[in-house]
Design a protein around this ligand. Sequence first.
Ligand code: AMP
Length: 186
Amino acid sequence: MFGPPGSGKGTQSVTLAEKYNLLHLSTGDMLRAELKAGTGLGKKMEAIMAAGELVPDEVVIEMIAQKIDSTTGKKGFVFDGFPRTVEQAEALQKMLEVRGMKIDLMLVLEVNDVELMDRMKKRALVSGRADDADEAVINNRIEVYRSKTEPVIEYGRSTGVSRQVDGVGSIEDIFDRLCSHIETII
Ligand code: AMP
């Protein structure tokens, strides 16, 4: 699931995972759990996350590999907030290949910047996330998305798996749009 910060990919991923018996894997959630638990890794990543920058590729790649290998009883995975760089996308593809899996679909939620900023400001009131509270950090996260993550969409386009989805509207309508793409491949 792709989309800029505030595009609704977290909300939609959770519900999609429930509906299709997939494991929801959010690298942001995993990193925040490390921070909360006060682990060595969490402490190392804290400043990077607070600034809205990306943590090193190898950190998230390793987290994802561990989760894939320890999961049973699911039909697949919804990756939320991963891959965020072309290097991560290549690593994911290799990781899946050696395990006899593949990327089936890349859903890209499209939301304009004005709407994004509005949603992020509302989310800041309830999320308790330090990186949601500061407008400069939000802007940086959007900028990082445009410069480092959007090239991953091109990568998905070249492999034929990416689908653009209108991310503006009610949560239910957007969910239906996403499901209609998934239904074409199952
Ligand atoms: P998110 O909850 O997906 O918005 O992620 C929150 C923060 O965690 C990001 O701003 C990054 O600092 C870090 N992060 C999450 N996922 C990744 C990733 N795939 N690659 C690098 N950094 C990540």
